[in-house]
Design a protein around this ligand. Structure first.
Ligand code: SF4
Length: 411
């Protein structure tokens, strides 16, 4: 549980000593912080199927505490395997830090990697130089929110001094700067990516990602003034408090962004394409939205159709989305308890055909996914301490409901 840089060494040591005796090996792990051995816990369920109790056996900890790396500068986190078959296989990946201080209410990463820890520029400088010396051409910065890295300007200089091109997967529209966009453009970036998450400011505030429409428009202007031809945007449908107005607003926002984007750049080259990448909201453990029900595949599909139909009138717009049934599977895996293991075994026995496994599994997937979870219900992940207090999550969950009804201008 948590960060493995230090723990993995201890784990391997324990394995070396006891690998010949599985039971002894697993028992020895109980004393290591950050290790969860499910077989060392007894679980009881109520007649309604909800969890009633989880009891630790022998030396297993009652609550498993996540492992946290104290000194991020002591470890270098880079992609160890580079392959053209991976999404970012053409670049050297470098982690600039861990955690994110923004606290978006849907975001697992923003909660469980707390506190925020940035690697120093000095620590990263060495790695960048080594990457350049080994013949890399492009470095991709990795982190929960790279545009919040406090010494980004300095790091960009280091990357350019080493003759490397820069890549960043996604940026917050409210922390974009001229320098950053210019560096991305110089580094050959053909697409800038940002994640408004919702079509209306109301919903963005409700999920605690308070990015205004004006900031999105400014981001569009920056993209074009630096000659970047394409913009990719991430939206999430099915979020708590969402209404049909929020769905239609995604189409409307796309139209307004297009108006700002469809201008020639300084060299006269036309705009390329606006991509709307639509994902389905899956409520995650340890987030303020852990009590929210998953929207359901049919409802999500209907919302997707509204968006796809709506943008047909625009040229230069492409909609990408996942299959909402896959999101339903994610919801089952993210929110299930150990009884869902039977489903996994079944899917494995069918060579990974989870659709068939879902049809034949005697469990009730909706019990885990679309059911409203009362605040007092014991959750399958309550015996883990990932560094966020349940009371704090609950406060945020309640705030999301009240803030969703307050007009944005009144905040
Ligand atoms: S969505 Fe992005 S900005 Fe928000 S908490 Fe997660 S990582 Fe941070």
């Amino acid at each position: 549980m948590g960060e493995g840089e230090e723990l993995v060494v201890e784990l391997i040591d324990a394995y070396r000593e006891r690998y010949h005796d599985r039971a002894a090996f697993l028992a020895s792990l109980a004393t290591l912080d950050g290790i969860y051995v499910p077989g060392q816990y007894d679980v009881a369920y109520g007649i309604d199927g909800t969890l009633e109790a989880v009891a630790a056996r022998d030396a297993a900890p009652r609550v498993v505490v996540k492992r946290r790396l104290r000194s991020v500068n002591a470890f270098e986190t880079i992609a160890a395997v580079k392959t053209p078959h991976a999404e970012y296989g053409h670049m050297a990946l470098l982690e600039v830090g861990k955690g994110c201080g923004r606290g978006c209410r849907f975001c697992l990463e923003g909660q469980v990697y707390r506190p925020v820890r940035h690697r120093s520029v000095e620590a990263l400088r060495e790695t960048v130089a080594r990457m350049a010396a080994s013949g890399e051409r492009r470095v991709g910065l990795v982190g929960a929110c790279v545009s919040d890295y406090p010494w980004l300007g300095e790091l960009l200089k280091v990357i350019e001094e080493n003759g490397l091109e820069l890549s960043i997967s996604s940026l917050r529209a409210d922390s974009l700067t001229e320098d950053l966009v210019a560096a991305l453009a110089r580094g050959g970036h053909r697409t800038l990516t940002m994640a408004p998450e919702a079509g209306t400011e109301r919903l963005r505030w409700a999920v605690r990602k308070p990015i205004s429409d004006a900031q999105l428009m400014t981001a569009c202007d920056l993209v074009r003034s630096h000659g970047i031809p394409n913009l990719k945007t991430y939206f999430m449908i099915g979020q708590p408090t969402e209404t049909s107005e929020d769905i239609e607003a995604i189409v409307d926002l796309a139209g307004r962004m297009l108006e700002r984007l469809r201008v020639p750049d300084a060299t006269g080259r036309p705009f390329g394409r606006l991509t709307l990448s639509i994902s389905s909201f899956v409520p995650k453990p340890w987030t303020p939205f852990q009590w929210a029900p998953f929207d359901g595949a049919e409802s999500l599909q209907a919302k997707l159709e509204i968006i796809k139909r709506g943008v047909r009138r625009f040229s230069n717009v492409r909609v990408l989305h996942e299959n909402p049934r896959e999101a339903a599977l994610q919801a089952l895996l993210a929110r299930g308890d150990r009884r869902v293991a039977d489903f996994l075994e079944l899917a494995a026995s069918y060579g990974g055909d989870w659709r068939r496994a879902l049809r034949e599994w005697p469990g009730d997937a909706e019990f885990y996914t679309t059911r409203d979870r009362p605040i007092g219900e014991r959750l399958p992940w309550d015996h883990f301490d990932v560094g966020v207090k349940k009371a704090g999550l609950l406060r945020e969950w309640e705030r999301a409901q009240t803030e969703s009804t307050v007009a944005v201008g009144a905040r």
